[in-house]
Design a protein around this ligand. Structure first.
Ligand code: NAI
Length: 302
């Protein structure tokens, strides 16, 4: 089956970015999110997310032409429209039970043979598909995009023991030819490849900055200027990714890695992160992140 129409469920940092990249490539996209309580416009979440994709600062994630190819909707009124889609991408919050519940709903509406994939950062495919019907397991993969999808070339793909070979091949070809991705096929291990490594240096950078009294700027300068990491550094990266994602990623790795994995020894309670999330400082998508909260605060991570 050729991929012509795509649905993305979850219009957050990643879902909106993925929808934008696929629309930029010339495809029709349906973008769905929740209905906020008492909302007059029931698709306001997906609509607002799309508006952000057109912002020029620092560079737009989507062209104006692409914006016309995306329809915004919500999962209460529009799930029936999934039957017109060839590929359904789940990009909702990193919580196993929320994703599993959504797959049950998707399965009721998708057309036979359509592909379904999750953008999970860390949850193993085996757990996502636990208890799901065989039909879905045959069409299901993980397609892990990186942030921001328009500018990050890497795409990790994971298939399960029941995934059809043609499904994997089709997504690999599509990602390569239409999205310009460099595809890495990963085993179904917690965090796959990039996050398995990335979480180590994020944990290490935060704890070192706290223990040594470094400012976020100093810590990021060490990482980027001297160690050659991207210019955002670690704290800038967390602001971009979304600080509220960190506890989910950490919990998922802790639950899914073998008990002798060195990650367990590195874990530490980070009250600064919990406090920031509670106060809405979730990064660029919230009231600001490490860079903003530390301004006027001596710049220290504490
Ligand atoms: P986010 O918090 O920015 O967005 C999640 C969206 O899902 C929200 O708009 C929320 O309203 C919506 N949502 C929650 N439950 C829903 C449901 N049942 N149906 C429809 N929509 C629902 O999260 P983000 O950062 O976009 O992450 C999404 C997924 O992508 C997660 O699995 C995360 O681990 C993964 N990911 C995140 C990356 C990042 O840099 N933020 C990078 C790569 C993967």
């Amino acid at each position: 089956m050729a991929i012509e129409r795509v649905a993305v469920i979850g219009a957050g940092v990643m879902g909106a970015g993925i929808a934008a990249q696929i629309a930029n490539a010339g495809l029709e996209v349906l973008l769905l999110d929740l209905v906020p309580e008492d909302a007059e416009n029931r698709s306001i979440v997906a609509e607002s997310a799309l508006a952000k994709m057109l912002k020029e600062d620092p560079a737009p994630f989507m062209s104006k032409g692409a914006a016309r190819r995306i329809q915004a909707g919500n999962i209460e009124d529009d799930l029936a429209r999934l039957d017109a889609c060839d590929w359904i991408i789940e990009a909702v919050i990193e919580r196993l039970e929320v994703k599993q519940d959504l797959y049950t709903k998707i399965e009721k509406h998708r057309k036979p043979g359509s592909l379904v994939s999750s953008n999970t950062s860390t949850l193993p495919l085996a757990r996502l598909m636990d208890g799901q019907p065989e039909g879905l397991r045959r069409d299901f993969l993980i397609t892990h995009f990186f942030n921001p999808p328009r500018y990050m070339r890497l795409l990790e793909i994971v298939s399960g023991p029941d995934t059809r070979d043609e499904a994997t091949q089709e997504l690999m070809d599509f990602a390569d030819r239409r999205l310009g991705k460099g595809v890495v096929v990963c085993k179904d291990t917690p965090g796959f490849v990039a996050n398995r490594i990335g979480t180590f240096w994020i944990q290490a950078a935060v704890t070192e900055a706290i223990d040594r009294g470094l400012s976020v700027e100093e810590a990021d300068a060490v990482m980027s200027k001297y160690l050659g990491f991207p210019k955002t550094g670690v704290f800038g990266l967390m602001d971009l990714v979304g600080i509220d994602l960190m506890p989910h990623v950490d919990r998922s790795l802790a639950e899914n890695l073998p008990s002798d994995d060195p990650y367990h020894a590195l874990r530490r309670d980070l009250p600064v992160v919990a406090r920031m999330i509670q106060e809405g400082f979730t990064g660029r998508k919230g009231k600001g992140g490490f860079y903003r909260i530390n301004r006027g605060d001596g710049g220290k991570v504490k």
